[in-house]
Ligand binder design. Structure first.
Ligand SMILES: Cc1cc2nc3c(=O)[nH]c(=O)nc-3n(C[C@H](O)[C@H](O)[C@H](O)COP(=O)(O)OP(=O)(O)OC[C@H]3O[C@@H](n4cnc5c(N)ncnc54)[C@H](O)[C@@H]3O)c2cc1C
Length: 478
């Protein structure tokens, strides 16, 4: 009889969003067998795929909180990582606009808050300079705070890059494995999943909207997820000339408020709303939410009212009854809870991962560095400002597939689709292919290219699902 321990991983990370994948790639630097499990068919399909895509500096975080510390650290780490791996980032800066005398009077406090967070580059901007910089801004703005280091980032490439690095370093990615129960044995856990059993000595709970359910399986009862929905509107690329910077509102205690921002794909984003919803899966947009956004958008940038809408979507913030992140590691139980990562997890992801791995080490997980450094992946560039394959004559001369356009709105080539389908973390559906290439992401939303893209997708090499216990056993020894 085989010893079940032979299939026991050192660490099972539950949740392959931007936080779980960041933890996986950070743990992959050590001589550990790791499994990264998710209920979904792909990485980054939870809150991580539907947010506002701002790479925050953390200037407006509450000083002294864990979020403030990990956001500042994570933001710095992600800027460096993005440059090294090809994650699209644009350093547009942000202008936090005051529309009332009260808001204008509140700017010095926000400036002081930024300084207390260690961010010193904020600067007051008068109405004259503000309108000179953003001439399409609606009437009535009284002044602004400039946050020059706020940036926009590709939320899709980020978890994909982390997962690609992790998988390249031997982490076993187990998808369609929703954790439904936990049994504790001498020295290891058995996680019942929708695909069979996974075993691990340590468990990291990075399950986002499902993190309180997992936490209760480990005896926790310190928080409950209260999903807070944020609806957003994406405008066509013709709207992009309306603004240069991210235009932020003065934040409230509940949310960062409705902003207008460029996207790295060349569109304009308006949102998000902030509404508590009972259902953890309720990512529907609503007429009321979109009306509210359009009213705010018309006031901030009146020209937006004339622009065409390409898409609408909604994401759910994993809010809890606590304002701060809910991160703790219990060494006796060999369990880490990484939850309540509400509205800043994309920016903070690498800071959170560094912090959690540090805590795991202190709690007794043996962190022995690998003898050779883990290679960083080079991700396909899907931003708008850098050079894309269709613009690269040398690349096309070497391989004509990069000159063969499949999606004309977004100028996605056959070569990029082919590469995505054969990548180490391949898409599981057309949505996944869209997040990897931008195919079908344009103004026609796939009306012209969906048939071709579907055909290419259907012809992809298929590996099939490996039973989960085998997957755990197959974890490669570093
Ligand atoms: C509207 C909105 C705007 C935002 N804007 C920004 C922004 O501009 N900048 C920024 O930095 N952050 C922003 N955020 C926050 C950011 O998106 C989140 O903090 C981040 O995506 C959280 O990542 P995560 O990995 O914790 O969660 P998720 O991405 O939700 O990942 C959790 C994963 O766990 C899996 N899972 C759940 N339960 C189970 C189970 N039982 N078994 C197995 N797997 C399970 C899910 O399938 C999911 O893939 C925004 C969020 C929203 C909603």
């Amino acid at each position: 009889m085989t010893d079940p321990r032979s299939a026991v991983a050192d660490v099972v990370i539950v949740g392959a969003g931007v936080v779980g994948t960041a933890i996986a790639r950070t743990l992959a630097r050590y001589r550990l067998d790791c499994v990264l499990a998710d209920a979904a068919r792909d990485v980054g399909t939870g809150t991580s795929k539907a947010n506002t895509a701002i790479l925050h500096t953390g200037f407006d975080a509450k000083p002294g909180t864990l979020e403030s510390r990990l956001l500042a650290r994570g933001s710095a780490l992600l800027r460096e990582y993005a440059a090294d791996t090809g994650i699209p980032v644009e350093y547009t800066g942000a202008l936090l606009v005051a529309w009332t005398a009260e808001q204008l009077g509140g700017l010095p406090a926000l400036e002081e808050n930024a300084r207390r967070n260690g961010y010193l580059a904020v600067r007051r901007v008068g109405a004259g300079e503000l309108y000179a910089r953003e001439p399409a801004l609606g009437p009535g703005a009284l002044g602004a705070l400039e946050i020059p280091d706020e940036a926009i980032i590709c939320p899709w490439t980020t978890p994909l890059a982390f997962a690609t690095e992790a998988v390249g370093a031997g982490v076993r990615l187990v998808l369609e494995a929703g954790v439904t129960g936990v049994s504790s044995f001498d020295g290891f856990y058995e996680l019942a999943t929708t695909r069979g059993v996974l075993r691990g000595r340590w468990v990291v709970n990075a399950a986002g909207l499902g993190s309180d359910v997992i936490d209760r399986m480990f005896g926790g009862d310190g928080f409950t997820i209260r999903p807070r929905r944020g609806e957003l509107i994406v405008f066509d690329k013709l709207a992009r000339s309306l603004l240069r910077s991210i235009l932020l509102p003065v934040p409230t205690a509940r949310s960062k408020g409705v902003l207008v921002a460029p996207t790295v794909y060349g569109n304009v984003l308006l949102g998000p709303t902030a509404e508590d919803v009972p259902d953890r899966g309720d990512t529907a947009t609503t007429a009321a939410g979109l009306d509210l956004l359009m009213a705010a958008g018309r006031r901030i940038l009146p020209g937006l009212g004339e622009e065409e809408v390409t898409a609408t979507y909604a994401g759910l913030r994993a809010a809890t009854e606590h304002a701060d992140y809910q991160i703790r590691v219990d060494g006796a139980r060999r369990y880490a809870c990484v939850a309540g990562i509400r509205s800043t997890g994309l920016s903070a992801s690498l800071g959170i991962a560094e912090h959690v791995v540090g805590l795991l080490g202190e709690a007794g997980l043996a962190l022995r560095a690998r003898s050779s450094a883990v290679a960083l992946p080079r991700m396909p560039y899907i931003g708008e400002v850098g050079r894309r394959p269709y613009q690269d004559a040398e690349l096309i001369a070497g391989d004509g597939a990069y000159g063969q356009i499949v999606c004309h709105c977004e100028r996605v080539s056959l070569g990029e689709v082919r590469d995505a389908l054969a990548s180490p973390v391949p898409p599981a559906d057309l949505g996944g292919l869209r997040r990897r290439t931008r195919a079908m992401n344009g103004r026609c939303q796939g009306f012209f290219c969906a048939a071709t893209v579907s055909r290419l997708f259907d012809s992809r090499p298929r590996s099939g699902l490996v039973p989960v216990a085998e997957a755990a056993a197959e974890v490669r020894r570093p």
